[in-house]
Design a protein around this ligand. Sequence first.
Ligand code: HEM
Length: 348
Amino acid sequence: MSRATRENGIILVNHKVITHVNTFIAYDINHKFNFCKGEVKVFQTVKFYAFELACRLFLSLEEPNHIEKLASLFNIFLQGIIELPIECPGTRFYSAKRAAEAIITELMKIINTRRVELHEGKASSSQDLLSHLLTYSDETGMYLTEKEIANNILLLFAGHDTSTIPITLLIKSLGEHPDVYDKVLKEQLEISNAKGEGELLKWEDIQKMKYSWNVVSEVMRVNPPIIGAFREALVDIEYAGYTIPKGWKLYWSAISTHRDNANFEDVTQFDPSRFEGSGPTPYTFVPFGGGPRMCLGKEIARMEILAFLHNIVINFKWDLLIPDEKIKYDTTATPVEGLPIRLLPHDV
Ligand code: HEM
């Protein structure tokens, strides 16, 4: 990953973004979810919502047909990114490569149009991530090429899709634990009651959502959205009586770390209180990875998940239509039936 993306990922989290995220979520939850006449499959709905949000944040793209076309290409791409590299028609890997090429072609068109708009003063450099990348130059005065920009945006979209999973599993967990739902609602009402009519969430409000974030953390402990990731041994490593030779590929596993009794008591128990106080020992809770390649979207994810949670709990309670729905790991954690729920609007 280029240095530019690491920096820009961080630049994205500012007041403008939180306002944007909150407006979008507040609007969408109230209109789209009500429009669903109370019954909704959470996974698919949230997945599309997260994609739409990324289109707005990264590219200022709002045209529904364009977003839908990109979304279907991305779904094909994401299904094939952790697959055996067998490049023949019919494999997920093959389809993912073709989809990635089609996305890059689309992104190049969007990039070219924006370059012209920036040149003509019809777009500003602070408008979104795309404008920022187009006007970014490093200390030697070098700009990113269009291909580099397209690749960076593709990677950010792929990472961004992960936020769908904790939001979906959070809705599942709150449906299963009404006592936890009540405490989350209490915290969120304290925040919304302190605000004026129509006043949106601010960055400071996100910082106040401590119990809610403990709940999200516990959701990600039990079912880490990404099971783990690959590394390469740069030197010979001695571990647990084994030698891992330099150059070997390793897989670090979030799920086995989170479910190890040596790291957490009663690992199968859903208990947000384990994140109170100083919380878990460093490197025992790793949903976002750790070290220099740690997820660069962590803060965006935290903000989006908590803004979503705020808007959904103050507007709705819900029933899970399939109690104890199983979670499958098809690259990432997903409820097998997509988590159908019945939304029950409430006035609190
Ligand atoms: C709850 C949501 C998310 C989870 C659980 C998550 C998890 C992860 C994990 C486990 C990694 C691999 C870290 C490693 O190899 O050590 C990663 C990398 C990455 N994530 Fe996320 N992620 C989330 C949301 C996001 C979002 C919203 C974005 C973009 C806006 C994003 C962008 C990225 C990128 C670009 C990388 C690659 C970083 C690098 O290799 O330097 N992620 N993420």
